[in-house]
Write a protein that binds this ligand. Structure first.
Ligand SMILES: [Zn+2]
Ligand SMILES: [Zn+2]
Length: 364
């Protein structure tokens, strides 16, 4: 790919982590890598922080690459943990920044509490090993298990035997045995409610999109089962669904796309790139969309915030969105990605079930 082809529209990867949360590379490094990978646009979406956005935007200006400010907020909805992406948020917005800082403190507090409960059960685990990791639910669980296994390399604690492989199956078994609500190592977490996260993103001028919804499906459950949840979230102002994700096998992506369109929600694509340490084999831009279509839709949605919020009063209050925002049934579906323009960069693995787990989707 020649130098000149870099400028202008190209594939867009809307889900990328940096060292500001649990990614391996600095924001400026990610931007250079995206240029080399031939991406036209990227969005920085660190977990519960906007800390990497400004550096990425500066690097984007230097490299002539469009960078979208973004964030991935961990939120609760009933028993579920949801990840809500916010695109085009004002990264300097003081209300959003303060709320994100609060939730990060809560993550640190809860994982220290969970480590203490494991110690009380006689396991060896140090806070420092866990807390150097940044706030992502599954990653924190993984790091808690990794820390336990690290201190038991000689295999002295037979209770850890079922989890020694440390893979996804082992983590889920560990979750079931110790970290479920009511489990012996569990400490409850007060996460932001999904409605509040959506409202925060909207108030900061952003576009809320549900990240990798396939991860909240139960075993063998079809994406259509998410329809009531998505309808609910749409009522609060959710704009779109990340149907195309490294978490989703192709059939799940296709079905999520159909569900989103039925509800008049937009559809986006993103790799959830972290770097080789957390997600080995998953490359930047490996799940990407045509930038013109998805960016046009995102910008229209972001622009609609001003109109909807005008005169709504006190910015500090968070509650359900004006339900008149919801797309009318029968209206042409919302924007975002259409299946025909979903792009896989040449030589990239394309959509893979990266953590669901390796093996089912032609991993290398
Ligand atoms: Zn996520
Ligand atoms: Zn992510």
């Amino acid at each position: 790919m020649g130098e000149r082809e870099r400028a202008g529209p190209g594939p867009v990867d809307l889900h990328i982590h940096t060292t500001a949360s649990d990614g391996d590379f600095l924001p400026a490094q990610v931007v250079s890598m995206a240029v080399r990978a031939g991406l036209g646009t990227l969005a920085i979406t660190d977990h519960n922080t906007l800390g990497g956005v400004e550096e990425a935007i500066r690097a984007g200006v230097e490299h002539d690459l469009a960078v979208i400010s973004g964030v991935e907020i961990s939120a609760n909805h009933g028993e579920l943990e949801l990840h809500l992406l916010g695109y085009f948020v004002d990264w300097r917005d003081p209300v959003l920044r303060r709320r994100l800082a609060d939730s990060e403190q809560e993550f640190v507090r809860v994982y220290a509490g969970r480590a203490a409960r494991m110690r009380a059960l006689g396991f060896r685990v140090e806070d420092a090993d866990i807390l150097e990791m940044r706030p992502d639910g599954s990653y924190m669980l993984k790091s808690l298990l990794d820390a336990l296994l690290y201190h038991d390399r000689e295999g002295g604690d037979a209770r850890l035997d079922p989890y020694r492989k440390g893979d996804l199956a082992a983590r889920l078994a560990f979750l079931q045995a110790y970290q479920q609500p009511g489990g012996p190592g569990h400490a409850p977490m007060e996460m932001m409610a999904a409605a509040e996260a959506i409202e925060l993103v909207r108030r900061a001028g952003g576009v809320p999109v549900l990240a990798h919804p396939g991860t909240i499906l139960g075993e063998g459950e079809a994406p259509a089962a998410l329809e009531p949840l998505l309808r609910n979230l749409a009522g609060w102002g959710l704009a779109g669904v990340e149907a195309y994700s490294s978490y989703h096998p192709a059939a799940v992506a296709r079905d999520l796309h159909a569900v989103a369109r039925r509800l008049g929600l937009g559809v986006t694509a993103g790799s959830d790139y972290h770097g080789p340490r957390l997600k080995p084999g998953l490359e930047l831009g490996s799940v990407a969309a045509d930038s013109r279509e998805v960016l046009g839709w995102l910008m229209d949605e972001a622009a609609s915030n001003g109109q909807d919020q005008r005169g709504k009063g006190d910015g500090a209050q968070c509650g359900p969105q004006d339900p008149t925002r919801r797309p009318e049934p029968g209206r042409p579906p919302g924007g975002g990605v259409t299946p025909g323009v979903l792009a896989r960069l040449p030589g990239r693995p394309g959509i893979r079930g990266a953590h669901l787990d390796a093996g089912d989707e032609g991993g290398r």
